[in-house]
Write a protein that binds this ligand. Structure first.
Ligand SMILES: Cc1cc2nc3c(=O)[nH]c(=O)nc-3n(C[C@H](O)[C@H](O)[C@H](O)COP(=O)(O)O)c2cc1C
Ligand code: SF4
Length: 481
């Protein structure tokens, strides 16, 4: 799957003028709107005031991105600090996360995932300080910067001790994922008592995040990890499965605990607003849905029972619940990087464990924008952050501006683009043209690397990663694909 393979879809860089893009979208039957010119003053520069009175100074959000580069006891390493520093000086005023941080050792997605606990709390205090100091140095103020910590348990995708070995914690016997990831139907489910204990660990982690200085915590409910798995646990018995009320008990209990023990902490949720059947490589390498015996697929939260549709009734119920819990910050994403990555991270070149895109990646971008817009319309008082814009490349600022001006989201979230081009938000806010050589071309090396036991980073474009020995290893791995 090397980048030498001719991509099946037109590269964004070839769509040089607004007419080119318009024509291409029309021919491809993709109803994606954009502004031809960027406005001055920029709609990206408008502030958001939360119900709590806290202010987010502009409409760019940095999405959480981990680097598989922490220490074995969960502390940030030098590459972690460099990445967070880049987030701090990006110009964005909302830092969502800034990466997944486990609340327990067994809940880590890899042995180098950050893990917050009482013995390394000082390191998280220093990390928060680093972000605030670097932002202040560059922009002269931090009173309008909102910085969160994304709290997670990786559930089915835990690999706490060995980069190559899943030690899954699952909530139910999933009809497709169990088979796909080699778990048989006798694999033990987490008990209600284990979930109760984990709830306490989330609450303690949130209190520690508050003590470290973070303004909010994200109770992660996306990407197939544990929080997300609760939402589809329709076949689970007991207090945490079956009815919508039971499937959201985990969230409600964590929020209750945080409100009790850290009432000043803002809470957010990153949510996979819709999900589909897991995908696999088809005969020619293109992604196709896994086969599914048994009629209707009931395990796609926000998805249709045919497995590849969108039905967001429960997603709306979830947001209504979040609102009733005084949660205003919602970040919209979809699916899972482990089983249907084209939904959440549209890319021209798949990572090593992925598949050739089954659709023009612009369709994936459009699907994410539409889902966020539908939810924004239903919940105008909530702060809705969108994801999946990096594929737009040169056209990212123009599509994002249209979205903001039409109240289709409150903030434009940036993932991969800031790994290659950390100061894109600042350039857009200041009306400067983009630096083309820094634009993420969705080569997926930042995912292929960790899938093969390496740290993550933008190996093709970031000068520091380019000259690491890992860049050569990665090249060799890609040659063999
Ligand atoms: C290297 C890498 C690490 C990521 N880590 C996280 C993470 O820790 N938490 C999370 O919610 N999403 C994570 N994501 C997903 C991104 O936040 C984002 O949703 C995705 O990349 C799509 O946005 P984009 O098109 O701007 O890249 C990660 C993505 C990448 C490429
Ligand atoms: S490795 Fe760099 S260019 Fe490739 S997807 Fe990641 S950020 Fe983009």
């Amino acid at each position: 799957m090397s980048t030498k393979i001719k991509p099946r879809y037109t590269r964004m860089a070839q769509l040089k003028t607004a007419d080119d893009l318009r024509r291409y979208l029309q021919e491809s039957d993709i109803d994606l709107n954009f502004d031809e010119n960027l406005d001055d003053p920029s709609p990206y520069s408008g502030a958001i005031t939360l119900n709590s009175g806290k202010v987010i100074g502009n409409r760019f959000c940095i999405l959480p991105m981990e680097g598989w580069d922490g220490t074995e006891d969960g502390r940030p390493g030098p590459f972690t600090k460099r990445r967070w520093e880049h987030f701090a000086i990006s110009g964005a005023k909302l830092l969502w996360g800034c990466e997944a941080v486990a609340v327990s050792h067994e809940g880590r997605a890899n042995p180098n995932q950050l893990y917050i606990h009482e013995h390394n709390l000082d390191e998280f205090k220093a990390l928060f300080r680093l972000v605030m100091d670097k932002h202040h140095e560059r922009f002269g103020r931090t009173d309008d910067l909102l910085v969160g910590l994304q709290l997670t348990h990786s559930g089915r995708f835990c690999k706490p001790n060995d980069k190559k070995r899943f030690e899954s914690k699952i909530l139910y016997d999933h009809p497709v994922l169990n088979r796909k990831f080699g778990l048989d139907s006798s694999y033990p489910l987490m008990t209600d008592e284990e979930i109760d204990k984990l709830t306490e660990q989330f609450i303690s982690a949130a209190v520690m995040a508050r003590d470290a200085g973070f303004h909010f915590v994200d109770i992660k409910h996306c990407h197939g990890y544990l929080g997300h798995e609760f939402l589809s646990a329709v076949s689970r018995d007991g207090r945490y499965g079956g009815s919508f009320e039971n499937r959201t008990r985990f969230l409600r209990n964590i929020v209750d605990g945080i409100r009790r023990e850290a009432p000043e902490l803002e809470i957010g949720i990153r949510l996979s607003a819709f999900d589909w059947l897991p995908f696999k490589k088809g005969p020619d390498g293109t992604g196709e849905p896994e086969s599914f015996e048994g009629g209707l697929y009931r395990n796609a939260f926000g998805g249709g029972q045919e497995g590849t549709g969108i039905r967001m009734e429960e997603t709306r119920a979830f947001l209504a619940l979040a609102r009733s819990l005084d949660i205003q910050l919602i970040c919209i994403t979809a699916g899972s990087p482990y089983y249907n990555p084209h939904l959440m991270r549209p890319a021209l070149f798949p990572p090593s464990d992925g598949y050739q895109p089954p659709e023009d990646p612009l369709k994936g971008v459009k699907r994410l924008i539409d889902a966020a817009a539908e939810l924004k319309q239903a919940f105008p008082d909530m702060v809705i952050v969108g994801s999946g814009y990096s594929y737009l490349q040169e056209w990212l600022p123009n599509v994002g501006q249209y979205v903001l001006k039409h109240q289709m989201a409150d903030a434009v979230g940036l993932g991969r683009m800031v790994l290659s081009y950390p100061t894109l938000p600042e350039d857009v806010l200041n009306g400067r043209p983009l630096e083309r050589k820094l634009i993420c071309r969705t080569f997926s090396d930042c995912t292929t690397a960790p899938r093969n036991g390496l740290i993550s980073g933008c190996f093709p474009l970031d000068p520091v990663y380019k000259q690491l020995s890992e860049a050569e290893t990665l090249k060799q791995i890609k040659e063999t694909l």
